[in-house]
Write a protein that binds this ligand. Structure first.
Ligand code: DQA
Length: 147
């Protein structure tokens, strides 16, 4: 399995950024954990971060035919981006939405996600573990749909 993990805006600042909400783990550490977890699950994990909406849209387009699944933390674009949502539904690659924080415990503008409707499911609130749980859930889903 080849899987793509996408990180949206400001996630490059993890470790520094509001550690009380997002934790002290850096993006580099999260990416290392994802690659390690991927190996255990026999999946090759590629990671990509961008602060630009269009770059995330293009990464999703380029994933077509290359990756069997996507884990995405779209950051603030979760709550604003019809373009990212349409890219995911356009390529029809099974996608799991993840968030470090529990977005439903926070400001009301974070309660709505444009991604959820086109995702297999969402994991929110487990800090850096949200990514690992999302990866596990994606691999299980893909294994199930292969058999
Ligand atoms: C986030 C939650 C978003 O509301 C926020 O804009 C982020 C991070 C999370 O992982 O908890 O950038 O996606």
């Amino acid at each position: 399995l080849s899987l793509l993990v996408l990180h949206g805006p400001n996630l490059n600042l993890l470790g520094l950024r509001e550690p009380g909400i997002y934790g002290v783990t850096t993006l580099e550490q999260i990416n290392e954990q994802l690659v390690t977890e991927g190996k255990k699950l026999q999946a090759q994990v590629t990671t990509f971060q961008s602060n630009y909406e269009g770059a995330l849209v293009e990464a999703i387009h380029q994933a077509y035919g290359v990756y069997q699944g996507i884990v995405i933390n779209a950051g603030a674009y979760t709550h604003t981006s019809v373009a990212i949502r349409d890219a995911i539904s356009g390529v029809k690659i099974p996608t799991v939405e993840v968030h470090l924080s529990n977005i439903y415990q926070r400001e009301s503008f974070r309660h709505h996600s444009y991604i959820s409707a086109v995702a297999i499911g969402q994991i929110s609130g487990f800090g850096a573990d949200s990514y690992l749980l999302g990866l596990q859930a994606l691999v299980k889903y893909l294994d199930r749909s292969r058999n």
